[in-house]
Design a binder for this molecule. Structure first.
Ligand code: ADP
Length: 174
């Protein structure tokens, strides 16, 4: 039996491989460059600002590889807080939240990265600081349910709403 010469010889393989690289790689790269990365909003609350913990908290997010795409100090007013915490408006501690969140400036951050919304929620821990694990932001730096250092968006929809609420598009790096 004569040997069957394969149609895809080694030489052909290399030719095809370089064609693939030349023709398709730039498109794959262009696609990944144009693909928007996920963004989330973090608020460093009045307790964080007053205790001088802003650098410590930002260091933890940057240490995970997230990029700061927006950052500003703000004094929140009641109208914005009523919008932001609308889901809590009927709860008895709502007036206390309004008071606490206006007791000092906050820092608003827009963070960007792969799966940043869920990963930041994991990094900060649950609402009640006394129940948050050591190693989480709230577990290490928070006091209780109210003074829990940070807010972070809890879904893609709330991240988008909060980006619009706290930042003008011109304040966000591309
Ligand atoms: P999270 O900030 O973890 O997403 P929520 O959206 O439920 O939690 O609550 C918003 C904020 O309201 C909390 O971060 C906290 O500051 C405050 N808060 C929530 N529950 C309580 C409570 N039981 N007592 C006092 N403050 C609370």
């Amino acid at each position: 039996m004569p040997a069957v010469i394969p149609e895809r010889s080694f030489a052909n393989y290399w030719k095809e491989k370089s064609r693939w690289k030349k023709d398709f790689c730039p498109q794959v790269k262009a696609l990944s460059f144009n693909f928007p990365m996920e963004k989330t909003v973090v608020l460093l609350k009045p307790d964080c600002v007053q205790k001088g913990l802003m650098g410590e908290v930002i260091k933890r997010f940057e240490g995970e590889g997230f990029l700061v795409k927006g950052c500003k100090m703000m004094q929140l007013d009641e109208a914005l807080l009523r919008d932001h915490y609308a889901h809590l408006a009927d709860l008895p501690f709502f007036p206390e939240i309004l008071g606490f969140m206006q007791s000092a400036p906050i820092m608003a951050l827009a963070l960007e990265g792969d799966e940043v919304i869920q990963k930041v929620r994991d990094l900060i821990g649950p609402t009640d600081s006394t129940k948050a694990d050591p190693g989480t932001v709230r577990g290490d730096l928070g006091e209780d349910k109210m003074r829990n250092v940070v807010h972070a968006s809890d879904s893609a929809a709330s991240a988008q709403a909060e980006l619009n609420r706290f930042f003008d598009p011109s304040e966000l790096l591309q």
